[in-house]
Design a protein around this ligand. Structure first.
Ligand SMILES: [Zn+2]
Length: 102
């Protein structure tokens, strides 16, 4: 699972992305390694999605358009949700992670 991260705390928390930071009450980002597999984007082992008729493709296109490549450590804002029976993260924004380790 991606790690919950608060950029105000600059630390990780054992909570899912989108849940509030225990100190700042702002939504946690998630940090993980991005992989593209068969046209889909995975952050660690969780599929990334966007809204639209093809949510998984939309997420992959969103990341590709920002120049993010497979194997990069990234931070995304978004919320966990379900797409059919799959757990996904609905991505709102993304950036390359500044953390060397997470
Ligand atoms: Zn915080």
């Amino acid at each position: 699972m991606p790690t919950g991260y608060c950029s105000a705390c600059t630390q990780t928390w054992p909570y899912p992305p989108g849940s509030p930071c225990p100190i700042h009450n702002t939504p946690l980002e998630s940090i993980g390694i991005l992989r593209f597999v068969q046209g889909q984007a995975l952050l660690d082992d969780v599929l990334l999605a966007r809204s639209g008729p093809d949510p998984l493709r939309a997420a992959a296109d969103f990341l590709t358009a920002r120049g993010i490549q497979s194997g990069e450590r990234i931070q995304v804002t978004g919320t966990e949700g379900m797409l059919g029976e799959q757990q996904v993260i609905f991505v709102e924004s993304v950036r390359r992670s500044l953390l060397e380790t997470a």
